[in-house]
Design a protein around this ligand. Structure first.
Ligand code: AMP
Ligand code: GLY
Length: 423
């Protein structure tokens, strides 16, 4: 099989690393990849906005499956155009990608299908949104409706903050993404992420993880794309997984199919868990980054037939086997991230770190004359396995200690919640 993988982050390096291990694979191409994917895939530079050029490439190279990593090409309808050209694609249609592309779309689906989630209001002007927030009281959560690079959500502890966040959205802080706003009930509990491979009808549970969104130790400072993650999420046991499947995922897939937009691809559910049971915070229509890195580390099954079953098969006939070990990834980011940071600094000490317990996945890196240079905010995802969270954590930080990159930093406490549970 020939596969084209779309994306260039740590998530895509992990997917490429896993796909490259498949006995079914002939050639793997990646657009655009990074300094780490060069070892496992052939780099191709395609204009992803020009779907016809992606189709021409697939036809020329006899691509059997396109795997889309990030959400933006999905929301832009890349999967639809590939499908029209009879090219199999792992990733949802533009219509189904609204599960991530529009908060209000997902909230309306939850209403129709009685999926447990936070109570909410949907607004197209600041006056009504402010009035609703005032009526509900703080704490309350304000969300720009559209894609806002993970920055469109404000958990407001006071009414002043909520009003300011509402005004920001309608004043254009998030461009078109903020032209509509969802104001919703604040949920408390423990957060976890669950992943499901979906073929339009059925969902195959595909692992759990917990991430660390904030930049600083002890979950402080501004939100980021994710500074680290671990899998499995100890808070999710078999009973809870079944409850999520029965009350959240299956009704959502049924609702999407009934609306003529069956969901194919990976459904990433962000959940809040408390004594009253799991509630949906949000859906993403792709793997998490860096959650994907820990999932790929633990996945023992061949990934390729699983992705193919989502694209044009039946996942109910598939099984995913996982290592019983714990996997943990620590993101190394460029100084200044998530605000301004410099590109181009050299990273040394990467040779010899990978073994059967440790993998350094690259994110924002480029290879330049045989050296690895930082080229983004999140730069490396140093990933390790162990019999416990503490062992995986020790191994990941031991690898980080060998990396020589003075212009980079990482959180020192990734996995603290899981480690605390163990001690
Ligand atoms: P989202 O982009 O929707 O995942 O939101 C980002 C983060 O904001 C989530 O991971 C939660 O930590 C927090 N959040 C979102 N919605 C709520 C809510 N209704 N209650 C409490 N926290 C929330
Ligand atoms: N790490 C969170 C995300 O990928 O959305």
């Amino acid at each position: 099989m020939n596969i084209l993988l779309i994306g260039s982050g740590g998530r895509e390096h992990a997917l490429a690393w896993k796909i490259a291990q498949s006995p079914q694979l002939d050639r793997l191409y990646i657009c655009l990849g990074n300094g780490g994917t060069r070892g496992v895939a052939e780099t191709v530079d395609l204009n992803l906005d020009d779907h016809s050029s992606v189709i021409s490439f697939c036809q020329l190279m006899a691509i059997d499956l396109v795997v889309v990593g990030p959400e933006a090409p999905l929301v832009a309808g890349l999967a639809d155009d590939l499908q029209k050209a009879n090219i199999s694609v792992f990733g949802p249609s533009k219509a189904a990608a609204q599960l991530e592309g529009s908060k209000n779309f997902t909230k309306a689906l939850c209403d129709r299908m009685a999926v447990p989630t936070a109570a909410y209001g949907h607004f197209t002007n600041a006056t009504d949104a402010r009035a609703y927030a005032t009526e509900q009281g703080a704490p309350i959560v304000v969300k720009a409706d559209g894609l806002a690079a993970g920055k469109g959500v404000t958990v407001a502890l006071t009414l002043e903050e909520a009003h300011a966040a509402i005004d920001d959205c309608f004043d254009g802080a998030f461009g078109d993404a903020g032209a509509e706003v969802v104001v919703e009930e604040f949920l408390s509990g423990e957060e976890a992420s669950m992943f499901f491979l979906c073929d339009g009808k059925t969902a195959l549970p595909f692992g759990t993880a917990q991430d660390h969104k904030q930049v600083g130790d002890g979950d402080t400072g501004p939100n980021t794309g994710g500074m680290g993650a671990y899998s499995p999420a100890p808070v999710v046991d078999d009973t809870l997984q079944k409850e999520v499947l029965d009350t959240i995922i299956t009704p959502s897939l049924d609702g999407m199919a009934a609306a003529g937009m069956p969901f194919r691809g990976v459904l990433f559910a962000g959940l809040m868990i408390d004594q009253s049971g799991p509630k949906l915070i949000e859906y993403n229509v792709r793997f998490g980054d860096p959650e994907c890195q820990v999932l790929m580390m633990r996945l023992q099954s061949d990934l390729v037939p699983l992705l193919q079953a989502c694209a044009d098969g039946d996942v109910s006939k598939m099984q995913a086997d996982w290592s019983p070990q714990f996997a943990l990834t620590v993101v190394m980011a460029a100084d200044g991230y998530p605000a301004g940071y410099e590109k181009g600094s050299q990273i040394n000490g990467l040779n010899g770190l990978n073994d059967n317990q440790t993998q350094v996945f690259h994110a924002g890196t480029k290879e330049l004359n045989g050296t690895i240079r930082a080229s983004g905010g999140r730069v490396l995802a140093v990933t390790a396995q162990g019999d416990s969270a503490s062992q995986a954590q020790k191994r990941a930080y031991a690898a980080i200690d060998k990396i020589d990159w003075p212009q980079g930093f990482c959180r020192k406490d990734i996995g603290w919640r899981a480690v605390q549970r163990e001690t």
